[in-house]
Design a protein around this ligand. Sequence first.
Ligand code: SAM
Length: 238
Amino acid sequence: MAEGVSEPLRLLPESVDTVPAPIHNTTSPSPVWPDDEVFAHALHHGTGLDLLHHNGHRVPLAVHRWLAAPDRADESLLQRCSGRTLDIGCGPGRFSIALAQRGIFCLGIDVTSKAVELARSNGANVLCASVFDPLPTEGEWDTVLLADGNLGIAGDPDRLLARAHHLLRAGGRLLVEAAVSDVDEVVPVQLSNGSGNSRVFHWAHVGAEAAVQRARAVGFSHTETWRSLGRVFVSFDR
Ligand SMILES: C[S@@+](CC[C@H](N)C(=O)[O-])C[C@H]1O[C@@H](n2cnc3c(N)ncnc32)[C@H](O)[C@@H]1O
């Protein structure tokens, strides 16, 4: 597929299925991605997983992509990684593995035990930790990666961007995959695999323009926005 040609994207309002399936238990959403059987089952079997919004909309998540080798859009991110790279929310570790194969040191971190187990079994260098936990060599990373909508982590993009700023060395690079539409919202969601739903947690959808504004506010300089295979990426210098 040519550069700039759209394909269905997870986390996009355009791709939602509008069949109502209301979320229950929205009273106290957690900021933390659920480390439970719903996510573990999808990762283990490579089966369907949706982000179920409070209004009943279902957005398919690209589990198959997380488990596959990097595609051309992922390549565009990999090519911009240099030096010691921190892959935040690495999932099964496709970026960490691809970078290691190119001789680039990469540490993946993920908060869910199944993702870490899979990443390790695939040979990735991974820590089971939240991005907000104390991490090795804070302030010395050359590149920080927030791939595949991970600017949504914890439903608090400002806190996450400030954390990335703190983790990078002066002059280091932040690479972000933004939502494809011009959106800027925090929503309560659940992971849903057809036979069960996770507990409710907060997730953010942040388009490129909002990402630039928010990143500038915590001290980043915007360097580039590009599209590949219908996905949108933004890079910043610290
Ligand atoms: C959308 S998946 C992205 C997977 C991976 N980046 C990829 O593109 O293949 C989001 C991942 O972020 C992880 N995650 C969520 N909150 C996190 C946190 N606070 N710290 C670290 N990882 C987190 C989840 O466990 C999940 O594996």
